[in-house]
Write a protein that binds this ligand. Structure first.
Ligand code: PHE
Length: 340
């Protein structure tokens, strides 16, 4: 009887050690310790034993049962831990892996500068007008006092589609279009956009670039208004300490015409490499709208007057952000773009 029970114990414990799942352990429990198991059977048959044998067998049976139970429980704890460990291992997240970076886009620097310029002029009461990039000779030249064969066309006789249609060479045709549409009413607009010009591409020139045109028409608009407006713009764009100066110039559609410089923001006017030792940096052209241009657009030039100006956006962006080559704007190298 004792041998039989001890063999059972060894058998059961052997199975317990081999078991790797909770289910297997449960099967062992039912098989050896269950109601129909061999140990229960032994205990049940105790009645048939003699009074001397009974306590001895009972003790052995109980100790076998206790031993099996103990191993079972210990192994069950192990198995639970192993199962948990396996589960965790299968769900592991390696937090040291590099993340997937979401690249967030942003407006191109030229768009940012355009937006900034628009904000400044909208703040001064201007609205924004746009015109086509494929333009008629009529608006690009003729309505601006540049009749066919006028020598001042030479610099801008550029990309023609037909004899009468070309890529606009400046944003000034939007002046003519806006004046015609206004039918004699006052105007205060800026016109940003792309322009196209025959140019040798280099660090500061491109055959395609951007301009912002400004046009104000009304009664008693004077050169002082032009100067005050540009001064306000320059201080907002480049800082309160900046000053402007006007130099005489020529454009067929303005009279008088000026070239406008801003005091150098790097050296403050002393002279440096940015301002080519002059203390001043040229930023735009402008002037009083030529009476003939007003008349062609239907205005009475004895009552109405106006000023206009045009500036290159790339130039403003290069000056403001220290960009040393205009071609950076167009080559779409993110190492450049993401700096702004
Ligand atoms: N359109 C001129 C240019 O491209 C600039 C300009 C605009 C000058 C408006 C006077 C008035 O050079």
């Amino acid at each position: 009887m004792r041998e039989q029970l001890e063999t059972l114990q060894q058998e059961a414990i052997g199975l317990v050690e081999q078991a790797t799942t909770q289910k297997e352990l449960n099967d062992v429990r039912i098989k050896y310790l269950g109601k129909k198991g061999p140990i229960t059977e032994v205990l049940r048959g105790m009645g048939k034993l003699s009074a001397e044998e009974r306590p001895v067998v009972g003790e052995i049976a109980n100790s076998v049962r206790g031993a099996i139970q103990e191993r079972l429980e210990a192994r069950l704890e192990q198995v639970k831990e192993e199962e948990m460990a396996a589960k965790l291992a299968s769900e592991t997240i390696d937090v040291t892996l590099p993340g997937r970076i979401k690249r967030v886009g942003r407006p191109h620097l030229l768009q940012q500068v355009t937006d900034e310029m628009e904000d400044i002029f909208v703040g001064l009461g201007y609205t924004i007008a746009e015109g086509p990039e494929v333009e008629q000779d009529l608006f690009n030249f003729e309505m601006l006092n540049l009749p066919k064969d006028h020598p001042a066309r030479d610099m801008q006789d550029s990309f023609y589609i037909t004899d009468e249609i070309l890529m606009r060479t400046h944003t000034s045709p939007v002046q003519a279009r806006t004046m015609l549409a206004a039918k004699g009413a006052p105007i205060r607009v800026i016109c940003p956009g792309k322009v196209y010009r025959r140019d040798e591409d280099d660090a500061t020139h491109s055959h395609q670039f951007m301009q912002v045109e400004g046009l104000v028409v009304g009664e008693e608009i004077s050169m002082a208004d032009l100067k005050g407006t540009l001064e306000a713009f320059v201080k907002r764009m480049f800082g309160e300490a900046r000053e402007i100066r006007l130099r005489p110039s020529f454009f067929p559609f303005t009279e008088p015409s000026v070239e406008v410089d801003v005091s150098c923001f790097k050296c403050g006017g002393k002279g440096c490499n940015i301002c080519k030792q002059t203390g001043w940096i040229e930023i735009l052209g402008g002037g009083m709208v030529h009476p003939h241009v007003l008349e062609m657009a239907g205005y009475d030039s004895t009552v109405m007057s106006g000023f206009a100006f045009g500036m290159g956006i790339e130039r403003i962006a290069m000056l403001k952000h220290g960009v040393d080559d205009i071609r950076h704007f167009y080559t779409n190298d993110v190492r450049f773009s993401e700096q702004f």
